[in-house]
Design a protein around this ligand. Structure first.
Ligand code: ACM
Length: 618
């Protein structure tokens, strides 16, 4: 068997499988697949969703089907190619993973494989979607489930409530729901759709902070002054919090958790607990202890963001670490099970390889140092430093006092949606998520990351699970040589805007009003529609490094400047970056000896990352 890293010249699969035995080239034909023997209804449906590949399939599953997957269900499989393609798996979930492998191979160019043995490294391979800041429609969530199956992700975490929206249409408290919210029937349907793809759905009710949406319906639940609280459009941390001392609050929380527990069969239920700045720390810990107790009484395992780490936190709680990988080590040492999200924030516009460098289980210092040294992140280095210095994790009891250290369940990428709409979600998630999916499934890093990412995304787009149109490039074809080289600025720099960013670095408060975006700002500008990472820049960088002719690049980089004059509405935001690209062309063509580094920007909200490669190549 070849190990994953011997497969590097064969960019077919993502995540890389554990073991592959080479064989003769596989010949797929665009004809219907047939099942060579009966199988379960769920697997029959899954086979019908596969693209026509001309396969005769035999699916052998050793255990009886279950209604929904659970954390420690087996997902390993063995795939053997012959006249009949045979799948052996312990569970339906493993067979579904094997079918995802087949869907990827069907889009590849004559893969030569006899056999694959595969199994996941971590049982929790998640994607969190914030449905509160911007509503994400049910069809988009279902499309997301298809893509999650394709990349062997198995947990969809729905962040259902936040300051700007309450997306559950509760029976007990119908007045809480935002105009756009999910009904119980829609959520149940989503759970069934997810189970058909081997995916668990974990709901989150975020409290005691991030509750402006609750308090705009029930101001009497607020802690402190009964100020009139309107639904919030503003982003950033809000002071409002639930008052745990009020019986009505305890009653509402109990009823809402019971409703969610009934809709979502998963054993985990997320209570939030992050950024609750309006409530004293020990009061929050006491409240979260009560919430965890309510969840356990409902038969659920409580799950919370890492601010819940406290000596009073019940040991049964699983901690989702987001403020830095140091939280993982504190949580595990103190005996808490843990999910790593800190290096997997998709809202920060990082390139795929930045996320990929972080192993959920390993020492993170090397990856963190590389991140601080990454030229693409140089313009937010102070912000990264601020983040690293601002969050401290509590010193919790030693493992001896609890008798065991916690278990690392896996990881979860987070797609916070302040700057994401329903239409933008596919591009924001699937531009980088496959790299994280591989980190959570495969034992090791593999190379050809970007080749495999691009190849599998093309196959996925053909399956219709992501909207892979060229978007902004099709809207402005003559500007393509400029637009394809652009990236949005990183970290929270778009969200904060220039003055709130500077104020944060200087430790000043009171700058929130200067933020450029709120929940009603239209997200239809070029900067919203370009992908988080410029793959054209990577191709140009490779050409530069290999000494290939750059003429076809630099001709376009010059031409775009005149084309921009035909779009006067775009001039204010693109003129500076357009001029910079012309200067870069002059340097690359040997007509200028200027310093390239400043030409990377930022120019407003745009970066020109090719400038770093040009500088490095001088
Ligand atoms: C978080 O990002 N506030 C969990």
């Amino acid at each position: 068997m070849a190990t994953a890293d011997q497969l590097t010249t064969r960019p077919w699969l993502m995540p890389q499988p554990r073991d592959v035995r080479p064989g003769p080239p596989l010949a797929f034909t665009a004809t219907p697949n047939v099942l060579a023997q009966d199988t379960t209804p769920r697997l029959e449906r899954a086979v019908r969703r596969l693209p026509p590949l001309g396969l005769a399939l035999r699916l052998n599953v050793r255990t009886r089907p279950k209604p929904v997957p659970a954390l420690d269900d087996a997902a390993d499989y063995r795939l053997r190619f012959g006249a009949v393609v045979t799948v052996d798996a312990d569970s339906e979930w493993g067979a579904l993973a094997a079918l995802a492998t087949l869907a990827q191979l069907g889009g590849a160019d004559s893969p030569a494989i006899a056999e694959i043995h595969d199994a996941p490294r971590f049982p929790w391979r998640g994607l969190m979607i914030d449905t509160a800041r911007h509503f994400i429609s049910v069809p988009t969530l279902k499309r997301t489930l298809d893509a999650m199956w394709f990349y062997k992700l198995n947990v969809l975490h729905l962040h259902l409530t936040d300051d700007q929206g309450f997306r559950l249409r509760s029976n007990a408290y119908p007045d809480l729901a935002s105009t756009q919210a999910y009904s119980a029937a829609q959520l149940r349907d989503l759970v069934a759709c997810a189970a058909d793809r081997g995916i668990r759905v974990v709901p989150e009710l975020d409290m005691p902070g991030h509750v402006h949406s609750w308090l705009s319906a029930h101001p009497e639940w607020a802690l402190g002054d009964a100020e009139t609280i309107a639904p919030s459009r503003r982003f950033g941390v809000h002071k409002a919090a639930l008052d745990p001392a009020k019986p009505a609050v305890q009653e509402a929380v109990g009823a809402l958790l019971a409703e969610l527990a009934e809709i979502f069969p998963d054993e985990f239920l997320h209570f939030g607990g992050d950024e609750a700045v309006g409530i004293e720390r020990n009061a929050q810990a006491l409240f979260l202890r009560q919430v965890a107790g309510k969840l356990q009484a409902l038969g659920k395992r409580p799950l919370g963001w890492d601010e819940c780490l406290h000596p009073n936190l019940p040991q049964a709680t699983t901690v989702q670490v987001w403020r830095g990988m140091g939280g993982r080590d504190v949580a595990l040492q103190a005996g808490f099970d843990c999910i790593v999200s800190a290096p997997y924030y998709l809202d920060l516009f990082y390139p795929a390889d930045v996320h990929y460098a972080f192993d959920p289980a390993a020492d993170y210092r090397t990856a963190e140092a590389a991140m601080f040294g990454n030229p693409r992140l140089a313009h937010v280095r102070e912000g990264l430093g601020w983040m690293a210095d601002s969050f401290a994790f509590p010193d919790l009891a030693s493992p001896d006092s609890h008798g065991r250290s916690g278990r690392l369940l896996g990881g979860e990428a987070c797609m916070w949606s302040e700057l994401v709409t329903d239409e933008l979600l596919d591009c924001r998630v699937w531009s980088r998520m496959p790299a994280i999916a591989e980190r959570l499934w495969s034992a090791e890093q593999s190379d050809a990351l970007y080749e495999r990412l691009a190849a599998t995304r093309r196959t996925l787009a053909r399956l219709g699970a992501i909207d892979e149109d060229r978007g902004v490039l099709d809207s402005y074809p003559h500007l393509a040589p400029l637009l394809e080289m652009l990236e949005p600025v990183k970290w929270y720099r778009r969200l904060l805007g220039e003055s709130a960013y500077q104020a944060r670095l200087n430790g000043l408060g009171g700058s929130e009003a200067t933020r450029p975006y709120d929940a009603q700002t239209p997200l239809n500008r070029i900067v919203d529609r370009i992908p988080p990472e410029s793959l054209a820049s990577r191709r140009a960088e490779a050409d530069l490094a290999s000494g290939a002719s750059m003429r076809h690049w630099t001709a376009g980089w010059r031409r775009q400047r005149a084309a921009l004059d035909d779009h006067p509405a775009l001039l204010p935001e693109l003129l500076a970056v357009s001029d910079a690209l012309v200067e870069i062309a002059a340097i690359v063509d040997g007509e200028s000896s200027a310093d390239a580094a400043p030409l990377a920007g930022p120019f407003g909200e745009y970066l020109l990352p090719i400038a770093y490669a040009v500088q490095a190549n001088r």
